[in-house]
Unconditional design. Structure first.
Length: 467
């Protein structure tokens, strides 16, 4: 049992190139062995048919002489061919030169086998020949013409061909194995280059082929080339994700440091002066920390959730009326520095989407809070539907945002320069959370210029049941 396990264990531990060469060698060995067998069998059969045809022709010629009662004695036979004519009683009627004229070359039982099988191999000593002979029996009335032709040359020819084939195939097999080893090695060389590049990256190094990607690309445009391109794309995305993660962690640590430092300062001052800290100030910092942590957790859940999911609510999607969402956001902004009004547009009654009402309310609330922070006189929340999409607009008449900054403000921890103070600005996560929530609902959010001035924020989400 252990002897049977050794090849299996070797096969499992062998390198891929070794296994491929072994498979190719096994296939070549089987192919060469089959070709050798077929060639030898065909050659032997062809030579035997030639001998049988010559012997049968000689037998038929002699049979014709017997039937014509014109049989000479000795019977003329060319070369080393031996001929006997035997009557039914086993008596030799005539024979060729060199053949026994008294005793049949074959006993009755073996002669019967030759008659039945038509041709057979027999030992040559019975016919006065050194090697084996090919024996053929031809009927001539009630008599039998027995013809024996030496077959040593046939056997020798088959042996020479067999030895030559085996020797030539052995050399050919060695050459094919060497060629297969070189070809498999060349085919797997790009894979080894990919492995070394990946090992260098895993150990903290960098690939020297920075012009074509972190992993080297093979010259051939084959499957390995496409694999290398895919791996380079994946590594690029991983690098970008790692960079975003580092920036996110750094920004989060920076944002968390400020309220923590404020809390610590107030507590230390209270400890030194024996004057209790103001609970309202402490509570404000705690609430700021709570909001920041909640926002970070929400972003983390949305990063892990696929588009179309709603990680914020963690419950199945349900029909949500955008008018209701707008009403809730407007109600929450009742104490804002400028009035916030809701305006219905065509299709407002049919603006129903599938999603999470709380998450969408948070989106609109964030947009309304940002608009109210910069508006001069008023903020409008408009709801409508068109082209199989529900849309919601938040419009203010403030200074607006330059076009070059409208995409940047959606990045995490990004705040405008005039929103850096704690009183007027947040942590810079509101718009980032809003875009992620809208994206998970299959929608978009865009910023553009309002008329005559100000900022227009537009949210578009597919309708639940479009007409």
């Amino acid at each position: 049992m252990s002897l049977l396990r050794l090849p299996v264990r070797w096969w499992r531990r062998a390198r891929l190139g070794t296994r491929l060469v072994a498979l190719a060698t096994a296939a070549v060995v089987v192919a060469l062995a089959l070709s050798t067998v077929v060639l030898v069998v065909v050659l032997k059969s062809t030579l035997e048919r030639a001998l049988d045809a010559a012997a049968r022709q000689t037998g038929e010629d002699v049979a014709a002489l017997v039937e014509a009662d014109n049989l000479p004695n000795p019977i003329p036979a060319g070369g080393t061919t031996v001929v006997q004519v035997i009557d039914p009683t086993g008596r030799v009627l005539a024979a060729s030169a060199g053949a026994d004229r008294l005793v049949p070359m074959l006993p009755k039982d073996e002669l019967a086998l030759v008659k039945r099988d038509e041709e057979r191999y027999e030992p040559g000593y019975r016919f006065g020949v050194k090697d084996v002979v090919r024996v053929v029996a031809v009927a001539a009335g009630d008599k039998t013409v027995l013809v024996a032709i030496p077959a040593g040359e046939v056997h020798e020819s088959v042996r020479v061909v067999r030895v030559g084939l085996l020797s030539g195939y052995a050399v050919l097999l060695v050459l094919l194995v060497v060629l297969a080893w070189r070809m498999v090695g060349a085919a797997l060389r790009p894979v080894e280059a990919l492995r070394r590049g990946a090992e260098a990256i895993a150990s903290g190094g960098e690939s020297p082929r920075r012009d074509t990607g972190r992993l080297p690309l093979p010259r051939a445009q084959d499957e390995i080339f496409r694999l290398a391109v895919t791996l380079n794309t994946m590594l690029g995305r991983l690098d970008a994700a790692r960079a975003r993660q580092r920036a996110f962690v750094a920004d989060a640590a920076h944002e968390l440091r400020s309220p923590l430092a404020s809390l610590r300062t107030q507590i230390e001052v209270a400890e030194v002066t024996s004057v209790p800290a103001e609970p309202a100030d402490l509570l404000a910092d705690v609430e700021r920390l709570t909001r920041l942590v909640d926002d970070l957790l929400l972003l983390a859940r949305m990063d892990d959730a696929p588009a179309g999911g709603h990680p914020a609510a963690r419950r199945p999607a349900e029909p949500v009326e955008m008018s209701v969402v707008a009403d809730v956001a407007v109600a929450r902004s009742a104490g804002a520095r400028v009035p916030v009004e809701r305006v219905d547009r065509p299709g407002a009654a049919s603006a129903v989407v599938e999603g999470d009402e709380d998450a969408l309310t948070r989106v609109v609330t964030n947009l309304v809070e940002n608009a109210a922070r910069y508006a001069e006189t008023r903020v409008e929340v408009r709801v409508g539907a068109a082209d199989d999409r529900a849309w919601l607009e938040v419009v203010d008449d403030g200074p607006g945002i330059p076009a070059v900054d409208r995409e940047r403000v959606f990045a995490r921890f990004t705040r405008r320069d005039d929103a850096r103070d704690r009183g007027s600005g947040g942590a810079g996560l509101g718009l980032a959370i809003a875009r992620e929530i809208v994206r998970h609902h299959g929608g978009t959010i865009e910023l553009s210029d309002a008329s005559p001035h100000g900022l227009l924020a537009t949210v578009r989400i597919p309708l639940s049941h479009p007409e």
